[in-house]
Design a protein around this ligand. Structure first.
Ligand code: WQD
Length: 339
């Protein structure tokens, strides 16, 4: 049985990937320092997982702690999620983002090198494309970033490329997520933003459940069908399956790959609001306000490479994304925190 180390393992996407990897027959060991996640996730995974939950609390910047994990569990591959991910926060605290996101990646790769582990799946982001020149976005589209968070993702991809050049045995799969949304169908794990949600769907969910009065729509004067921003929303369960497919690719091939994980379908802010109202049966009042600085009008993936190379295609539609988000929101009004 192949052992896989997940860093940032109790985070939103990692926790869903943990389940998908176990269901695919991998042994999983999780590492997290709970900087941006809750230990309660481990209890919930224990309810849902088909195999024992093996976890070590550690900071990926702590090389000695990683050495102990590698010596004990001997992972053959790493799925690296550990990173801060709020664009606005990264602008305010660039050093924290470079230290944690890049320092954590370098520390993890150094530990992998010390222990002869040379396969890594890297959590990247469509944010590396900056403002798209044309759509849909293929993996060979120009890249640029306008914020430190995006820069850590683009630099992370470069670091892994350079390691692969220096050591051809290394294999990396860089996965460029579009807009992850939704929750596990059980409603027991999901997205648990701290404070005011930056992202659209968790904010809409909190309006639908009555925790917030209304949604601020950041601009309706974009060159899009209804004037609001268009994005490629992808169910977190589909995203998790994309990691399983990428890991299988690494284990079955030589070399490396960079892949978009998106549906190829763009939806506007108002499309999502309407879909959420239909899924929840609740009104989602909104007010159009000024554009959010740094936002692009539209962004969606060309998912052909993931289909052709990984044999992976997103399966879940916007209605299911909203239904599963709503179930999570209703069952966990305070996220993983006690009521
Ligand atoms: C989606 C649309 C907003 C909130 C970001 C990061 C990206 C990735 C996903 C980490 C836009 C509009 C939003 C609100 C709104 N994160 N919106 N009111 O900005 O596409 O991507 O999250 O990997 O790196 O950049 O996602 O959900 O913030 O916004 O009108 O309260 O919803 O303008 O059009 P975004 P988002």
């Amino acid at each position: 049985m192949t052992t896989v180390l997940l860093t940032g393992a109790t985070g939103y996407i990692a926790s869903h990937t943990w389940l998908a990897l176990q269901e695919a027959g991998f042994r999983v060991v999780g590492v997290d320092n709970f900087a941006n996640s809750s230990p309660v996730v481990l209890d919930r995974l224990g309810e849902l997982a088909p195999a024992p939950i093996e976890f070590v609390q550690a900071d990926v910047c702590d090389g000695a702690a990683l050495d102990r994990v590698f010596e004990t569990h001997r992972p053959e591959a790493v799925v690296h999620f550990a990173a801060f991910k709020a664009v606005g926060e990264s602008v305010a605290q660039p050093l924290a983002y470079y230290r944690n996101n890049l320092g954590g990646l370098v520390s993890t790769c150094e530990a992998m090198q010390r222990h002869g582990c040379h396969r890594i799946v890297f959590s990247s982001s469509a944010t590396v494309y900056g403002a798209p020149e044309s759509l849909p976005l293929r993996e060979d589209a120009p890249t640029s970033t306008t914020n430190p968070y995006g820069a850590t993702k683009l630099m992370g991809e470069q670091i892994l490329r350079d390691i692969g050049i220096s050591q051809p045995a290394w294999q990396t799969a860089c996965l460029r997520y579009f807009n992850p949304v939704g929750a596990h169908a059980s409603g027991r794990i999901g997205e648990d933003p701290r404070g005011t949600p930056n992202n659209l769907m968790p904010y809409v969910a909190q309006v639908a459940v009555g925790r917030r009065a209304k949604l601020s729509v950041f601009g309706n004067d974009y060159p899009t069908p209804d004037g609001t921003g268009v994005r490629d929303y992808i169910h977190v369960t589909d995203l998790a399956e994309g990691h399983v497919a990428a890991l299988r690719w690494l284990l079955g091939h030589t070399g490396s790959i960079t892949v978009n994980l998106g549906t190829g379908q763009g939806y506007s802010v108002l499309d999502l609001v309407r879909a959420y109202e239909a899924a929840s049966g609740r009104a989602v009042p909104y007010e159009v306000v000024a554009r959010r600085p740094g936002d692009v009008a539209a962004c969606w993936a060309d998912p052909a490479l993931a289909r052709d190379a990984l044999g992976w295609t997103a399966q879940l539609d916007l209605a299911r994304m909203c239904e599963d988000s709503w179930r999570w929101q209703q069952l966990n009004p305070n996220g993983f925190n006690p009521a």
